[in-house]
Design a protein around this ligand. Structure first.
Ligand SMILES: [Zn+2]
Ligand SMILES: [Zn+2]
Length: 111
C-alpha cells in the first residue's frame, strides 16, 4: 500500500509511509494523465515530492510537505530510523550466520 506501483511500470516504485491509496502515488497518478514528453509532463516531473505521502508541489523545497512535517514531529524524533537501521543490520547478520550452518548441515548429510 505504501509503495507506488503499477502493472504497466509507469510508477516511481518509491515507498511513501503515509500514502493512503493503493497503486500510484499522487505524482505518478498525475503523470499518467499527461502526455509523455509534453511540457506539462516535464513540469510535473520536476516538481518536489513529499517523501512521506507522495504529494507533489511545484514549489516544495523540503523532503516533506507541511502536513507530514508537522504530524511527524512528535512521534518520529529520528529514533525510529535508527531502530529500523539496527534491525536491518541484525537481519543481515542473521542471514550471514545462518548460511554457513545450512551449508555445513548439507555437507554432513551428504557424508
Ligand atoms: Zn510514484
Ligand atoms: Zn506529505
Amino acid at each position: 500500500m505504501d509503495i507506488c506501483e503499477s502493472d504497466l511500470g509507469d510508477c516511481c516504485g518509491m515507498s511513501f509511509p503515509k500514502k493512503s491509496s493503493q497503486g500510484l502515488c499522487v505524482k505518478c497518478s498525475k503523470l499518467v494523465t499527461l502526455e509523455d514528453g509534453s511540457l506539462q509532463y516535464e513540469q510535473w516531473k520536476a516538481y518536489g515530492q513529499c517523501e512521506s505521502c507522495g504529494i507533489a508541489y511545484k514549489n516544495l523545497s523540503t523532503s516533506k510537505c507541511g502536513r507530514c512535517a508537522t504530524s511527524g514531529m512528535p512521534s518520529m524524533p529520528g529514533d525510529n530510523t535508527a531502530e529500523i537501521n539496527h534491525s536491518a543490520i541484525e537481519a543481515s547478520c542473521e542471514t550471514r550466520q545462518n548460511n554457513p550452518s545450512t551449508v555445513l548441515l548439507f555437507i554432513w548429510q551428504l557424508e
